[in-house]
Design a protein around this ligand. Structure first.
Ligand code: HEM
Length: 149
């Protein structure tokens, strides 16, 4: 089922994004790309800001994956209400997190904005994890069909 694969891919990409975000913070390269939404060389990467560039690129990919997962969860007839709610919260959190990423840059890594960025990242991770767990509990179509025939 597409929802299982999609929610797993979303979780895996989000995990790598959080991992790289931690590295951006710990290595102090957060302002190597001082503009938003693009870095100084536009869409082209550069050695000077490669880590921050990767963080933003994976953030954009995560955004698309989270929204795609939400659309599939909402369209699924089998998905329970709790899964739909978790995926809607995840979609809201991912949009908020991307906007917050911009504020983190404009506020020059102010401690409060970076802390909220980490906190919202945790909310997002929990909601994506919940969506994934529910997706894996869904019965497969093959298992359902013989009962309906
Ligand atoms: C789904 C989207 C995103 C997630 C889940 C995410 C997650 C994270 C995490 C977990 C950290 C580490 C925070 C810490 O250790 O305290 C981080 C750091 C950071 N993120 Fe993001 N991020 C996202 C999007 C963005 C975007 C779009 C930008 C910028 C345009 C951005 C800019 C930054 C910066 C600059 C840091 C380093 C802060 C510092 O050095 O103190 N993030 N991110």
């Amino acid at each position: 089922m597409i929802l299982k694969g999609l929610s797993f891919a979303t979780l895996a990409v989000l995990f790598s994004l959080i991992f790289i975000g931690g590295y951006v913070n710990a290595s102090g390269v957060g302002l190597t790309c001082p503009d938003w939404p693009l870095c100084p060389q536009g869409v082209l990467p550069h050695q000077e800001f490669i880590i921050e560039y990767i963080h933003r690129s994976i953030a954009a990919t995560t955004g698309l994956l989270v929204i795609a997962t939400t659309i599939f969860a909402l369209k699924s007839k089998d998905a329970p209400k709790a899964m739909k709610i978790a995926s809607i919260i995840a979609a809201g959190a991912v949009v908020g997190q991307i906007i917050l990423g911009a504020i983190v840059i404009f506020e020059r890594l102010h401690a409060i904005t970076v802390t909220v960025h980490l906190g919202l990242g945790m909310v997002l991770f929990s909601m994506v994890m919940m969506t994934f767990v529910y997706a894996y509990k869904l019965p497969s179509r093959k298992a359902i069909r013989p009962l309906q025939d």
